[in-house]
Design a protein around this ligand. Structure first.
Ligand code: Q46
Ligand code: ZN
Ligand code: ZN
Length: 311
């Protein structure tokens, strides 16, 4: 098959809209779509300082790469979770990706910072639950402490569609009230945006391949056959039968999201007495979980130095 634009050999067949494109024209298509997503949902302003949390995987790497190419002021953060070989490999990929992207990389090492890696804490709390809590706290605090205006994450259309689908299946109406391409910042919560919101996982994989970005494909050893994968499979089957299912589902959700707003509970947030970040009680859940007596410091010590900094 031939590229619809130039007639060269096709690199990819897009299902919706249905067309064949060569690698160069696919890259152009992908970047134009990200640009339009940014404009349509007012994700970023040109002069903003953007932090991308690079995991070593494809989505965050592609996010940073495209934003940098579109001229945004991007810096990257990698959180080494201390999960044995998996984390070591992830960090290596993140370093190589940032070299290709041409953006400064900062690394926070959980074991060095907190004494233990993820999976090494004796607790009844599921590993992924405190891992999520730790990551969310660290990247938000890093962004806040270092004056970033916004955090761009790598969520793609498949992630969003399966998230909405699974929350509908479980009637998690509170979650359904506040999802979307922009999660507004408030107080010390830095705004989060999703530039790949309208691009499918398949398109993200193809883009990474087309521009030569390598990424970790191994799964974290703590990942349990997540039900999200099942939801993704169901959506993929439906997409196969009816191209456009995912994007129409997500766009429909955005139109109807306001119907869930009545389910939002007002939570009064205080300041953590240790770190000053938002907290529901005396201490925030991060300081409480890790039993901290001193707050963690995530300020970049020397901005001329692109090497990772210590705790
Ligand atoms: S939450 Fe769980 Fe992931 Fe953390 S412990 Fe691994 S699988 S990395 S997205
Ligand atoms: Zn072409
Ligand atoms: Zn705290």
């Amino acid at each position: 098959m031939r590229c619809r634009v130039c007639g060269e050999k096709a690199f990819i067949k897009l299902h919706y809209p249905k067309m064949y494109l060569c690698a160069d024209h696919f890259v152009e298509y992908f970047e134009r779509k990200v640009k339009r997503t940014i404009e349509k949902y007012k994700l970023l302003k040109p002069d903003e300082k953007v932090l991308v949390v690079i995991s070593g995987g494809k989505d965050s790497a592609v996010t940073a790469y495209v934003l940098k190419k579109l001229g945004y002021n991007v810096e990257c953060l990698h959180i080494n979770l201390g999960i044995g070989e998996y984390s070591e490999k992830s960090e290596q990929y993140a370093r190589e990706q940032c070299r290709i992207i041409g953006a400064p990389l900062h690394v926070v090492n959980v074991r060095e910072l907190l004494g233990k890696g993820i999976g090494e804490v004796r607790t009844r709390r599921p590993t992924c639950s405190y891992c999520g809590l730790t990551k969310r706290y660290l990247f938000n605090k890093f962004a806040y402490d270092n004056g970033f205006d916004v955090i761009a994450t790598g969520h793609n259309l498949d992630d969003e569609a399966s998230f909405i689908f699974s929350n509908l299946m479980n009637w998690n109406t509170e979650y359904l009230a506040k999802q979307g391409p922009v999660l507004p910042g408030e107080g010390k919560f830095v705004r989060k945006v999703k530039p790949l919101y309208e691009l499918t996982e398949r398109e993200v994989v193809a883009y990474a391949l087309a521009v030569g970005l390598e990424y970790i494909v191994d799964e974290c050893p703590h990942a349990r056959g997540a039900t999200t994968i099942e939801y993704k499979e169901i959506l993929n089957e439906m997409e196969e039968k009816r191209p456009g299912t995912k994007i129409n589902f997500v766009k429909g959700y955005l139109r109807k999201r306001h119907l869930f707003e009545a389910e939002l509970r007002e939570i009064e947030l205080k300041e953590c007495k240790l770190c000053g970040m938002p907290a529901q009680g005396e201490k925030c859940s991060f300081c409480k979980f890790w039993g901290l007596e001193e707050p963690v410091t995530l300020k970049i010590a020397n901005t001329d130095d692109e090497e990772p900094f210590g705790p």
